[in-house]
Design a protein around this ligand. Structure first.
Ligand code: SF4
Length: 502
């Protein structure tokens, strides 16, 4: 039976088509080209759904009009028509339809005057241009369906919110009025809808060259199809911090880094990368490396944090998205060729949600006071991250702020050596990450066999242990977390030793 409201475009398809007509075409006709959803993408979707539901708390007692299926919205659209006639105060997932375009709105409020307030919920703290694109499409459908909103708002996360007891929904979320921006885009939306519908009706693959639009506003799912081997390590698209230079090279017919002309303007690190591709040479600036190493005072403390960053904070005193340390590893080298000691901390996951135990951040500070001596440099990799976490601890735990800020004053950043290409070897490509530097400088050490082998996985794993969604063996996983963080600081130590020997 034909659908009562067949739709060619929805909000997500429209946003795809606004990014690239070919992307829209692939989503409709070449679904097999789309890679499977990664666990990371799924986690982002799940988080978006969770935040969407939480936002209902700011507009309570609404009627949920969610459709029963994802292909036939008849029930949702018909129920929305009824509730709009009744001017029901609050609706969730109201569905509007006009001329084969579907729009489903997160929250709709009829205010005291009976005017429509349309609200889209975003689980982000920032405003992105495509939020306006997506809201403008919704406004277009609603207006043409006879329900033009008087006000259109984005509801997003307020990062200044600090949790204190139960979550205060009205503080966690913030509303931004985007009515004027959305109305300004209506003529553009009308034209775009016509153009995109035409593409879908012809069923022919549009001609569209690759370009900067392939990564804006999203990294396109079809990149591996359209870009082929252009994403390989030896191609200009991997030029470190390349931006406009990449497109200037590509547009002039240069695809391989090895073919970049000698007179093409490059930064020092880019030159090392291009030269590495041409000759295979490793660049070592011995003088700079030793100047850097000489800034350090022994004993050396090789230090690394692992953090969680909940959108909805779970621990009092923390904010949405705040990087909250739950673990650290510390390798202490007494002197060149001297004694090595290892210390570590891993919070109890239950302490994040139990207000009657010692705050896990305080527990971590207490152990840091025990583990760090009063002299010697602290070596981190990407130290601005560790410094940021420590500074926030210093702000929130004033009694320990002198100790904590003292740590930051002693910190030096091993990343500097590789970010500035004082040491560069072609194996690094455009990366200065410790995950790439370690196998290049210390091939005997590897993250490969570790069940938890990157910071993102450590973060997601411990977050799931805190929020109760974790399914594995807790003790084994805690050991895996400890092993991962320990390797991070051991890696720094071994890289340090290689640099000292240069
Ligand atoms: S990779 Fe680029 S050209 Fe290809 S569909 Fe995606 S956005 Fe369009």
């Amino acid at each position: 039976m034909p659908l009562k409201y067949p739709h060619q475009l929805s909000k997500s398809r429209f946003v795809s088509g606004a990014q690239c007509a070919k992307k829209l075409y692939f989503e409709r006709y070449r679904k097999e080209l789309k890679p499977a959803i990664t666990p990371r993408q799924q986690a982002i979707f799940d988080q978006g759904n969770l935040i969407g539901k939480m936002a209902h708390g700011c507009f309570p007692n609404g009627i949920d009009l969610s459709s029963q299926t994802h292909f036939d919205y008849t029930d949702a659209i018909d129920n929305t028509i009824v509730e709009m006639q009744n001017k029901t105060s609050v609706l969730y997932e109201a569905a509007f339809y006009h001329d084969e375009v579907l729009s489903v709105l997160d929250i709709l409020e009829h205010d005291a005057n009976g005017d429509i307030h349309a609200i889209e919920v975003k689980s982000s703290s920032k405003m992105y241009d495509y939020y306006i694109t997506d809201a403008a499409l919704q406004y277009w459908v609603m207006e043409n369906a006879g329900h033009a909103p008087k006000r259109f708002s984005l509801m997003h996360i307020n990062i200044s919110y600090v949790k204190n007891g139960a979550i205060d929904m009205n503080e966690l979320f913030t509303l931004t009025d985007i009515t004027a921006e959305v109305i300004k885009k209506q003529a553009w939306v009308t034209k775009k809808i016509q153009a995109l519908k035409q593409i879908l009706q012809t069923g022919l693959e549009p001609t569209q060259a690759i370009g900067a639009h392939c990564s804006k506003p999203f990294d396109c799912d079809f990149k591996s199809h359209c870009w082929g081997n252009l994403l390989d390590k030896d191609k200009v698209f991997n030029l470190y911090n390349g931006r406009k230079k990449i497109w200037a090279l590509y547009d002039s017919g240069i695809v391989n880094l090895a073919d970049v002309p000698n007179d093409f303007e490059l930064s020092h690190r880019q030159s090392c990368q291009v030269n590495g591709q041409k000759t295979g040479a490793t660049h070592v600036d011995r003088k700079r490396i030793h100047q850097f190493l000489n800034t350090a005072a022994y004993p050396l403390y090789f230090f690394d944090f692992e953090t969680v960053n909940f959108v909805v904070p779970v621990l009092d005193g923390t904010s949405p998205f705040e990087q909250v340390g739950f673990q650290y590893s510390l390798h202490i080298l007494s002197s060149i060729g001297g004694k090595l000691a290892h210390k570590e901390f891993l919070a109890q996951e239950a302490d994040f949600t139990n207000p009657h135990t010692l705050n896990p951040r305080q527990a971590m500070i207490n152990q840091m006071k025990h583990d760090f001596g009063t002299t010697g440099s602290i070596v981190a990799y990407g130290a601005s991250f560790e410094k940021g976490v420590i500074e926030r601890l210093a702000e929130d735990f004033p009694a320990d702020s002198v100790f904590l800020r003292g740590l930051n004053n002693r910190m030096i950043d091993l990343l500097t050596v590789f970010e500035n290409a004082w040491y560069y070897t072609p194996q690094l490509g455009k990366s200065a990450s410790i995950k790439d530097v370690l196998p290049a400088l210390v091939p005997t050490l590897s993250y490969a066999s570790l069940p938890i082998n990157n910071g993102d996985l450590a973060n997601k794993t411990f977050m799931s242990m805190i929020d109760g969604s974790f399914k594995g063996d807790v003790n084994e996983t805690r050991n895996n977390l400890l092993a991962y963080c320990k390797l991070d600081t051991l890696a720094m130590l071994e890289i340090w030793k290689v640099l000292c020997a240069i």
